[in-house]
Design a protein around this ligand. Sequence first.
Ligand SMILES: Cc1ncc(COP(=O)(O)O)c(C=O)c1O
Length: 449
Amino acid sequence: MVFRFQHFVTRPNSPEMPRIARAEGIYLWDGDGHRMIDGSSGAISVNIGHCNPEVTAAMQAQIEQLTYANPMQWENGANIELAERLAALVGWGFDAAFFVSGGSEANEAAIKLARQVALARGQDARRKVISRVPSYHGATTALLGVVGDPNYSDPFDPLFVSHPKVPAPITYRRPAGETPEAVTERCLTALEDTIAREGPETILAFLIEPVGGVSTGALVASDRYMTRIREICTQHGILLMFDEIMSGAGRTGRFLAAHHWPDCRPDIVTLAKGVSGSYAPLGAVMAAGELVMEVRAAGGLRHGHTYIGHPLSCAASNAVLKVVEGQGLIENAARMGERLRAGLETLASRHQAIGDVRGLGLLLAMEIVRERNTRSPWPAEAMASEYLVQCCRRNGASFYSRRTAGGSNGEWLMICPPLTCDADQIDELLGALDAGLSEFARTMPAAVA
Ligand SMILES: Cc1ncc(COP(=O)(O)O)c(C=O)c1O
């Protein structure tokens, strides 16, 4: 018997995942021919929708011209074009790009780059990467040391170096009596205290998702938080690293989420997911050329993979970004994000299950609770968000859900359709969600009783 176990990640007790038959634009069709909106753009990654003919044609052309050349020996045109395109989209003089095969690889490469910058500056003591709880930055063994969710890291504790963590500025589940402003101050103090306790000269970088992804359900920090973290990092010579793997490539209504905070320019940015629209595996590390040149002057970058700068992935990404720019999809994400958010707020006024709506642009999340006024969560065994996903699928939209740290930080659905969606499609998505939430309200209490 052929044995696949990828579904054990999310469904250890289920023999199989449902099959997907085909996808086009913002829609998915399951094996029974049932059509659904892809309400979370795959893994918040199919930014321009499925099977776009301009992208598939560009990929076909690349396949016929060049599928691979050893990146340790050859440059390829798609790789050069992508570096130029991304440098223009990111701005800030970030003209150094390094392309890998996905988000985890990008964060690994970024941390190695940061470490080599420290070594080039004669700062060998800088070895610690501060990150936040909760957070997600990737699945490799080294990255588990910075991922702020024990569900991912616990079994592997003996295998990696654990780095210092500080709380993410979550305002929805704040202690009783604390204001949102006090949450910001508490989290900034925690960062400063951690730096002082560990020794500023030992800190290499502060790594955050500038707009949270699945790990926090689209957490948006206050302007003060963003401004202060930049100041604190600059004060101590700490590199500020933005993981824009989910938030980047236009999803929040700017090319980078970082572009929303002109006072908070990071030193290194990582991208993946939407940057190639999931047409081919791709991750990117972007930084200012001067930073990378410091490493070059000190002997060069000690890092690489067989598939860095892969021509097919770079060609797919070039074609995806042409669609993003050509169709004005970043502006569309901002506009449709406002419409979607307003619709979600309206749904929240009618459905007890919606505790909070948050996010930026089309990176939105809906926190699921048992009762809105008390913010009381469902018991973990109720699998409430997973059940709501099933209800929504039956009513025409599929979403990605998450219970971070086994539910102790809450649970949510990511409401993140492709950036190509129009007003009618947003309304269709809201209709499916409304019907799914009604089915949930009718049937869920019975299911946990
Ligand atoms: C914020 C963030 N960082 C890193 C990753 C890891 O990316 P990948 O799954 O492509 O390795 C993810 C994936 O979901 C993510 O959301």
